[in-house]
Design a protein around this ligand. Structure first.
Ligand code: BGN
Length: 329
């Protein structure tokens, strides 16, 4: 046989040689690529071989492995810089995404705010580690109203809903009073099929639900649910009633309120002076009913007069022109 090869013309032998050389080169290059991929952390070679290289993170587990259950609320009031230093992993605007998995929930926390710096510090110092343990993709939005305008929690919740929706595709909105701090991280800040009232058991109320239709304090709704019910009413200036009106909207649209049990949905309420009650809240609830709850997201008009992306939160300050039913306006 060898003799037969020897007798082949030179052109044929050199052609075989070139073929072998190309095969060898291809083999070496393949090996180098495989070894390269093996040592590449972002694209380990097994997944590279079978699925093609992808940097997409795996979905986070259904139950986060970082949960601890009951947590001691930290009530000290650190300096802003100290709180910021506690959370180097935050992106500006109080944004967070779990580093090693794709979050199952994209959640915006909307915090209506007026002149409660101490509460805000305590709230943020506690809530960020709480939400991080739940492996959420979240952002915190603190919504403030120009001082000359009487406080209007519901209107600020509507503003927060619209403004947060502009910056990220949030699916779930948790409307959160700044003075309520969760005490158990099994109280997941996500949105189930029905709107969820979350602040079920508050220490100041002896950890008892004051009445079954209450929807104030902390509550969660999906984007679709908010759009379906036309958001919160805009006409409730002063304290009280806006959450009861939201309950009526939820019921009107054949939705129901869901709740965790009181051993999980527990909150500490920070001490504060009671806000001025709105004497018109009972009449307002009646008139909203007559008008089929038409005042809300669809009729909201506001101007953003300040917006700051701080490390721990996005601050948005607004003004409104229409102030109805408030003495002196
Ligand atoms: C209720 C308030 C709620 C508030 C809870 C807190 C009213 C309107 C009554 C028709 N409702 O009394 O807004 O969240 O107390 O306990 O005042």
């Amino acid at each position: 046989m060898l003799g037969a090869v020897d007798t082949l013309p030179r052109a044929v032998t050199s052609c075989r040689c070139r073929y072998l050389f190309v095969c060898l080169l291809a083999f070496v290059v393949t090996q180098l690529l495989i070894f390269g991929a093996m040592f590449n952390r972002k694209c380990p070679y097994v997944s590279w071989l079978w699925r093609g290289c992808s940097t997409k993170k795996p979905l986070c587990p259904l139950i986060s492995p970082h949960l601890v259950g009951g947590v001691e609320v930290e009530t000290s009031v650190p300096a802003w810089q100290t709180i910021e230093d506690n959370y180097p992993m935050l992106q500006n605007g109080g944004r967070y995404q779990p580093p090693d998995c794709e979050a199952r929930h994209r959640v915006a926390l909307i915090v209506p705010f007026r002149d409660r710096d101490i509460h805000l510090k305590i709230f943020l110092n506690n809530i960020h580690s709480f939400l991080m343990r739940q492996q959420l993709d979240y952002g915190i939005f603190v919504i403030d109203l120009e001082e000359s305008i009487p406080f209007n929690r519901a209107l600020l919740l509507n503003v927060g809903f619209l403004e947060a929706s502009k910056v990220h595709d949030y699916q779930c909105f948790v409307f959160h009073d700044v003075d309520l701090i969760p005490e158990n991280d099994h109280n997941t800040y996500s949105c189930p099929e029905q709107p969820r009232h979350m602040s079920v058991a508050i220490d100041k109320m002896n950890y008892r639900l004051p009445y079954t239709t209450i929807f104030g304090g902390v509550s969660a709704m999906t984007k679709e649910q908010m759009l379906t019910v036309n958001g919160y009413p805009n006409k409730f200036f002063g304290w009280g009633g806006e959450d009861d009106e939201m309950y009526n909207r939820i019921k009107y649209h054949n939705l129901t309120i869901s709740r965790y049990t009181g051993d999980v949905a527990r909150y500490k309420m920070l001490a504060h002076r009671r806000n001025q009650e709105n004497p018109r809240r009972f009449d307002l609830i009646k008139s909203e009913k007559r008008q089929n709850h038409s005042d809300g997201l669809s009729s909201l008009e506001y101007r953003v007069i300040g917006r700051v992306q701080r490390r721990l939160f996005t601050y948005i300050r607004v003004s409104v022109d229409q102030i109805t039913g408030v003495p002196g306006h």
